[in-house]
Design a protein around this ligand. Structure first.
Ligand code: PRX
Length: 736
């Protein structure tokens, strides 16, 4: 047991344990119900906690209540949902989600645990995902917009694509993929595209044929794309010539050329590159098309005009897509998501947590190249016949009023984005939302912890005090939301994701697999005790890593076929308040969450080591006002080499091999790395220096003197020790 001092600002305000909605008079006030601040709980003294336990520096906030107008129209306003999705009804409770879909063949087993922890949902069922997202809506909604595309240039008017048109375009693309590209069910296809309508059209065309798509975030480099193409075994790469970013038409096709070379180096030949064009008929890239390999999609599509492709009826557990994400080792891993379970889960959570009705105008301002975009721009909303907005650009182009002008023009009533975007817009244009006449009923935040002050700006200024907010906690691996308030049923609490969503049973464990009880004020590792339909099926090509990384830590018996023995380890620290709300504190592993996107420190370090001068590298997270966290790099050089130009070489290598998103805030070239006597680099000490924390006792290191040298290099002569450093930064590198 280590003794961790809790900061003086750590105050627990205990909310009434009953649902505040039990009291009618309190229901519609934005004031807190019966809040007590027990003096005895103001902890200023040291508290005994174990290593996984971390203090929380945001104080508990008051509740905010959804307005009656929202409650009156909500998809989920029946409090019985907790009972319905309670443990005694598990797993059959998820029939309710499965029944949102149209099955070619109904399933016989809701959850099959025979190959634990490789869960299978809705077994025996057959369906087609593109049929569920497109064809089945035609009878009722063929003239309704499925997507409204908003290009980054404001002078270009938005373009609506109806369900009927989407149906045509998906069919034609499916015909091209099958007959021109020669792809067949089960093949993998890598797609490296920005947010333009051709991206979901391509994804849905893949789904129609039972192809497994692997969308790589458009901002990633060609090499990062090639690496993923090789890992997934894709022989076809689909890309675009260019797209708008900060007002400029960027050359994107050049990345495809690099991707093909890199994939080949890794043993995967890409024999076809299909290139969409941002402006039909004109080519935005400076790179020539490679004869025999590269083809303009718009040209080839002419041969498939009007063709129809019957949707392939796929088993429920057939893989739908791969989504690569960073983990604790150097290489990103391909999270494999299935068809029936995934689609049912994103449809169910889009309906109940996003409160999407077919008549809503829904805007998830995220990138389709991340899981949020897959689940909550494309698959969830389309399964519900929603109108989903696709926005190509950055949130503040040409200025911080842009999102609110889009909202006004298209009458958006559900808005969904990340804390990073909210911080950016708040900083650049705090009063902008007031200038525009739009009204949101519902807003979402996702991807990072949101500071209460930022949450309140979102609520009061962006939401005009009218919209409910859901703070949704989940991960690439999860398919859909895990914790969030149910928007018409649970009051909101800034800084806390909320209770689990229906059918999810979280638990917080300490390092010894003991439960950390709600209301204890202590933190630990958040786990989910049960499987759910959206959980990923495996890591592509690496079953062993899947089990080791997500289930081994708290598994009770590796042979068990009982789901109760297989808690899912999420890799996040969390606290469980007395009112049942979970607050997520950030990663407990070597992953940095930059602007809501995961980067593995090991992944960055291995890129640094590709620079020939570098002997050793260590990457640590530092706080950033807008992006939450950004990486800072420490390197030491090989003997006799010059320091000149090394910083730029490292930054360039990171941008080329991963992408601009991973650009380090600073690169420090140090005389040596602080190391233990056994030679391990002490990342914890470097993180303490970068984040202005006390470096602690370093006398046991092999080279304690270097710590002060590095500190002076980074901080200058006078030590600066900051208080209130976020807990994930305090804990970084602790496990060493
Ligand atoms: O640390 C958690 C944080 O983002 C991580 C997952 O990142 P990714 O797989 O890229 O998916 C992001 C979008 C789903 C988590 O392990 N995170 C996600 N949502 C929240 C969050 N942290 C705090 N609050 C959230 N609402």
């Amino acid at each position: 047991m280590a003794v961790v001092p809790l900061p003086p600002s750590f105050i627990i305000i205990t909310a009434h344990p009953e649902s505040p909605f039990d009291r009618e008079d309190e229901r519609n006030q934005n004031t807190m119900a019966d809040v007590r601040v027990p003096k005895e709980k103001e902890r200023e003294q040291e508290t005994e906690v174990n290593e996984a336990q971390i203090a929380v520096h945001w104080k508990e906030e008051q509740y905010y209540y959804p307005n009656p107008k929202f409650i009156g129209q909500a998809n989920l306003s029946d409090p019985d949902v907790n009972e319905r999705f309670g443990e005694k009804n598990f797993p059959e409770c998820f029939r309710e989600y499965g029944d949102l879909l149209t099955w070619d063949h109904y399933w016989h087993t809701t959850l099959d645990t025979s190959d634990a922890p490789f869960w299978k949902w809705f077994v025996g069922g057959k369906l087609n995902v593109s049929y569920n997202c497109v064809d089945r809506h035609l009878a009722k909604y063929k003239n309704k917009a499925a997507f409204i595309f908003v290009g980054e240039l404001e002078e270009d008017p938005p373009v609506a694509i109806t369900y009927q048109e989407l149906y045509h375009r998906v069919n034609e693309m499916a015909a091209l993929l099958r007959d021109f590209a020669g792809l067949k069910t089960g093949d993998r296809v890598t797609i490296h595209m920005p947010v333009v309508p051709e991206l979901p059209i391509t994804m849905l065309a893949c789904a129609r044929l039972g192809l497994i798509h692997s969308v790589v975030f458009g901002g990633f480099s060609g090499e990062a794309c090639g690496m993923r193409a090789a890992d997934s075994g894709s022989r076809v790469l689909i890309t675009i010539d260019g797209y708008y970013r900060n007002g400029t038409l960027t050359d994107h096709k050049e990345k495809a050329d690099l991707a093909v070379v890199l994939a080949e180096k890794e043993g995967q030949k890409v024999d076809k590159v299909l290139v969409w064009r941002r402006h039909r008929g004109s080519y935005a890239s400076a790179k020539p098309m490679v004869e025999g390999r590269d083809h303009f999609v718009d040209d080839v599509l002419k041969n498939y005009a009007g063709q129809k492709v019957a949707p392939v009826s796929m088993p429920s557990e057939a893989p739908l897509f791969l989504m690569y994400t960073s983990g604790t080792t150097g290489r990103p891993k391909g999270c494999q998501h299935g068809s029936g379970g995934y689609l049912a889960y994103v449809a169910g959570t889009s309906k109940y947590i996003q409160d999407i009705h077919p008549e809503d105008v829904y805007w998830c301002m995220a990138d389709i190249g991340w899981i949020t975009g897959h689940s909550y721009i494309v698959y969830g909303p389309l399964a519900l016949a929603a109108t989903s907005i696709l926005y190509e650009g950055v949130p503040n182009y040409p200025d911080a009023g842009r999102p609110w002008r889009v909202a006004q023009q298209l009458d958006v009533n559900i808005f969904h984005t990340s804390p990073t975007a909210i911080r950016l817009l708040r900083k650049a244009g705090p009063d902008e939302p007031k200038k525009y006449d739009y009204h949101f009923k519902h807003m979402t935040t996702v991807g990072e912890p949101i500071e209460p002050a930022v949450w309140k700006w979102y609520y009061e200024v962006v939401g005009k005090g009218e919209a409910v907010i859901v703070d949704t906690w989940w991960q690439t691996e999860n398919g859909g939301f895990l914790c969030s308030t149910k928007p018409a049923l649970d009051p909101m609490k800034p800084g806390s994701a909320g209770p689990p969503v229906p059918g999810i049973y979280p638990i917080i464990f300490d390092e010894h697999a003991q439960e950390v009880k709600a209301g204890s004020g202590k933190a630990g590792n958040i786990c989910i005790r049960n499987p759910w339909p959206g959980i990923f099926q495996t890591i592509w090509g690496d079953r062993e890593r899947f089990v080791r990384q997500y289930y081994q830590k708290y598994n009770k018996d590796p042979k068990s076929k009982d789901w109760r023995d297989w808690p899912y380890f999420a890799g996040d620290g969390a606290v469980h308040a007395a009112d049942g709300y979970f607050r997520i504190l950030g990663r407990v592993d070597d992953v940095i969450n930059v602007a809501g996107h995961r980067l593995g420190t090991k992944e960055l370090e291995s890129v640094c080591l590709t620079v020939s001068e570098i002997a050793e590298a260590a990457v640590v997270p530092v706080a950033d006002e807008v992006k939450g966290r950004v990486p800072e790099v420490y390197v030491s050089l090989k003997p006799g080499v010059s320091k000149a130009g090394v910083e730029k070489k490292i930054t360039d290598a990171i941008e080329t091999q991963i992408g601009k998103i991973a650009r380090p805030k600073k690169v420090h070239v140090v005389p040596d790395m602080p190391k233990t006597r056994s030679g391990k680099i002490m990342r914890r000490v470097l993180s303490a220096i970068s984040n202005h924390m006390d470096t602690g006792d370093v006398t046991t290191l092999a080279n304690p003197d270097v710590v002060e040298q590095i500190r002076v290099m980074v901080q200058g002569d006078k030590p600066v020790v900051k208080k209130d450093v976020p807990e994930d930064l305090k804990r970084f590198g602790e496990e060493q």
